[in-house]
Design a protein around this ligand. Structure first.
Ligand SMILES: [Cu+2]
Length: 373
């Protein structure tokens, strides 16, 4: 079992199983050269957090009402657009353009493994809260508040029984605090200002220290002015390997998918489609997927083609794992699933609240793909 083959974006983009194979699988490589440039910015102009009202998109598509919605070259009732295309042709082009960009390159690597140093038998991690310009989709850069410049923040990965010390430096303009969501910690390490600690004021560093007592997929995030601070990006995955791995199902490769729906729009791991990263697997491999929801809405995550074996909730293995094709992930929840990659192809993988995933401008937001080769 290769526990952590999650790849940084550069590796994924340069790997043979990425853009090239995606195009091959989708049969678009040959067509790519003949793609006619679309007159509009297509999917990239869509604000992921909002779906344009029908009236707005109709206007944007330049529907010509001067001839009663008819045009001389098209079928009766098929409006044309400013570009001379029929409305449905323009819509199809925007959808196609978004898919062809996937996986689109953006700046910023999220959830990189956080290095630590040893102080005796204690693993010491450092997190810095700072303002970062974060590229959600190509060309759409927003101010984010991040841990170590990443959104989601770096992946903290430890083993049950580890002693950890986490130094949090606050370089923001307001106080903050970090809550270790899902972990057993001593009460005074729980990260809630005025209940268990003073706030971490701007410019100061605060030290958390505890022993890891429970395994599983967990999170860390701000617990101060949290609607704002978590929305702006102060969140990250905290993964605890069990001491005894025999209780978990076997898997070959794993991915963490952090779902969000706040200041950056609808995102998976801080990016919106087409800048989301595909998951990749070889035929016959088993993937472990760790879902985490750091947003304010539920997200039913639907993988096409291959069922999901749900075996853990909030880091606790289920007495009775179950199969599904859509797993609802509520705010604060973590679900762990195994996908047995028995069928090759590019399998669409998206939130099934459709307004989080697709508009008339094409797919956006919480959409990615599982590529099985
Ligand atoms: Cu959703």
């Amino acid at each position: 079992m290769d526990r952590n083959e999650q790849q940084p974006i550069e590796q994924v983009l340069n790997a043979p199983t990425s853009r090239r194979s995606f195009l091959r699988w989708t049969g678009m490589a040959a067509a790519a050269g003949t793609m006619v440039a679309c007159g509009r910015e297509s999917a990239l102009t869509v604000e992921p957090a909002t779906v344009p009202p029908a009236s707005a998109t109709t206007a944007a598509a330049g529907t010509d009402h001067s001839n009663g919605g008819h045009n001389s070259t098209g079928n009766a009732g098929t409006p044309t657009t400013d570009s001379g295309l029929k409305a449905w042709e323009e819509m199809d082009k925007m959808h196609e353009a978004g898919v062809k960009l996937f996986p689109a390159k953006t700046e910023g690597l999220s959830m990189q493994p956080l290095e630590y140093r040893m102080e005796g038998d204690v693993k010491v991690f450092e997190l810095t809260c700072e303002k970062t310009m974060w590229e959600v989709e190509p060309g759409r850069k927003l101010e984010a508040w991040t841990y170590n410049g990443q959104l989601p923040g770096p992946e903290i990965r430890v083993t049950e029984g580890d002693k950890v010390k986490i130094l949090v430096t606050n370089n923001l303009d307001e106080s903050t605090a970090v809550h270790w969501h899902g972990l057993y910690v001593p009460n005074n390490q729980d990260g809630v200002p005025f209940i268990t600690q003073p706030p971490i004021t701007p410019g100061s560093t605060y030290t958390y220290e505890f022993t890891i007592r429970n395994a599983g997929s967990h999170m860390y995030h701000s617990h101060h002015n949290s609607t704002k601070q978590v929305s702006m990006g102060l969140l990250g995955p905290f993964i605890v390997e069990p001491k005894d791995k025999s209780q978990d199902p076997a898997y070959d490769k794993e991915y963490t998918l952090v779902l969000n729906d706040t200041a950056q729009g609808f995102t998976i791991n801080g990016k919106g489609f087409p800048a989301t990263l595909p998951l990749t697997a070889k035929l016959g491999q088993k993937l472990r997927i760790r879902y985490m929801n750091e947003g304010l809405m539920i997200h039913p995550m639907h993988l096409h083609g291959l069922p999901q074996l749900v075996f853990a909730k909030d880091g606790w293995n289920l007495p009775q794992p179950f199969m599904c094709d859509t797993i609802n992930v509520a705010p604060g929840e973590r679900w762990d699933v195994i996908v047995d990659c028995t069928d090759p192809g590019v399998w669409a993988f998206h939130c099934h609240i459709l307004s989080h995933a697709e508009s008339e401008h094409g797919m956006f937001g919480m959409v990615t793909a599982l590529i099985v080769e």
